[in-house]
Ligand binder design. Sequence first.
Ligand code: MV4
Length: 656
Amino acid sequence: MSAFDTILIANRGEIACRIIRSARALGYRTVAVYSEADAGAPHCEQADLATCIGPAEAKQSYLNAEAIIAAAKRTGAQAVHPGYGFLSENAAFAEACARAGLVFIGPPASAIAAMGNKAAAKRRMIEAGVPCVPGYQGEDQSDEALLREAERIGLPVMVKAAAGGGGRGMRLVQDKAALLPAIQAARSEAENAFGSGELILEKAVIDGRHIEIQVFADSHGHVIHLGERDCSVQRRHQKVVEEAPSPAADAALRSRMGEAAVAAAKAIGYVGAGTVEFLLDADGRSFYFLEMNTRLQVEHPVTEMVTGLDLVALQIRVAAGEALPLKQDEAVLTGHAIETRLYAEAPHQGFLPQSGLLAAWQPPEGLGIRVDHGLRAGQTITPHYDPMIAKIIAYGLTRDEARRRLIAALERTVALGIETNRGFLIDLLKHEEFAAGRASTRFIPQHFAAPARPAADDGLLAAAALLWFEHSAASLGHDPARAWSSTGRMAWPLLLDDGQAKRKLQIATLGPDRYQVEDKLLHVVQRRPDALRVAIDGTECDIAYCFVGDDLHLASGGADLTCRDVTYQLPGAAEAAAERELRAPMNGKIVAVLAAEGDKVKKGQRIVVLEAMKMQHEMVARADAVIDKLPVKVGDQVASRQLLAALTPNEVAKQP
Ligand code: MV4
């Protein structure tokens, strides 16, 4: 008999939805928790019960162990699934659950703790015979000891924070002169970030591949591995593309790495789902233990697609005390799966995270396509949490089939209202180096370090012209569909601003649903509330669109476009407005107010500082001015476009 019948999911977004799906399939009641910012989110609606655990800030909600345990108590949950991130690798939380009589659906607290410190973990792995990168993981942390050890290891070396993980607090040192400064900077950074300045040193493995092994252990002493995932395509330690199997692994390498991963899990008394990260050397044969993630990983779906297993269901079974339902030789990999992470971010602005309204959202469907997400159209992407919109995953019998399906799926994906990395993902998947299966950890820095803003798509511009034309015609009381018959051919000038340039376009009506925009012929074949089927110069395609405030967002194929109609905007009006008003560029929190109502300020003077997406945005006066209104204070949460300050520029004040 199982010890629990109700599972609380201590997480949000796509992973909460994912866990609810498997928990329900196994017959468990599910409890969602949510912060005030997530009230009414899909993960709440999908659970049997949902309960609020605190304010938007993660520290006060999803990271608040006491609030989560109290939520489990009041809803009658006897088990807690932590998902990934938040409290998933917090040994103290796992322990607190146990003390409260709750089953933690994850490894024992001791196993989490064993991998929490890189130095201790590495010493243990070396003892267990798991290959590690040659390095230093000793207790003497003096500058002298670290310098001496670095000399012994030989440059280049990696300096890593023992308490860090996922690449945080890591430094590559190429030459001797840079060594001491790097050690000192890394130590002080680690002290600030993790409360411990302990460092380890490793020989740097250049141009390696990040290959991780999925392991599973039950509480009866069985440990198996489920093959590897290749996560080499990363940007600043943020995974972007993940796949299984690795194009760099054959059966022999897989079983060697698998055995090492199983040994690692056994050495720490592991139970449940875990991932052992390795670096595969450029020689394609040597591999080294990096770290172990003691949780379900974001990228677990690719393993599910090639093994046919449900990893969340396995986690629950193991937590309920069942033995693993399969033996090592029953774990068979078939076909290939590739996952991409769709983020709300602007690749051409240094991948700046975006927040705001997801006005339209149509995840792709189709054979071999899986989308894990926890969103619906009309929802706001808040700056409080990770800006991942969805994981889009494709399966194929071959790697290239999976890759083609994924590209096509991304081209059908509609995510409008905020900028996303959709086009960037398509470009990555189409790159010849990725297509050939040769992308190493240097792939993104080498080929996509600073992606340019894609040129506006002519077809989308033509469709935008048509939609704005109909919009203005309707607001002036014309019926655009009839305009041609009463007045004959009508030409209408438009000035569209796509944030990059203002474009003059002429649109002329040729007949019902037939238009000419510049040199393109447009025939509207079908109208839906959120999309048009349009033939452009005789070739039909779907164009998804939505109006949000003054903006029109459109997407077709791999292209996106946002533009506004500025035909009747006086030149300079936007600049003049910017001198009179400071508005929040995105959702965020006011962290400093540096002026007061009535103050005289100089052009360029800072007035408020907004923190959004972990970055500070200084809002400065655009002209010498007097502050009329300053309706915000430190700590205020503000929405995108919200008024932060109203000013009267001196130039205006002087006018009679
Ligand atoms: C390394 C390394 C080279 N040599 N260690 C980054 C994530 C963290 N888990 C470990 N990481 C690395 N450790 C040694 N001794 C290079 C990386 C690394 C990396 C690893 C996997 C995927 C992408 C990466 C990008 C930069 C650096």
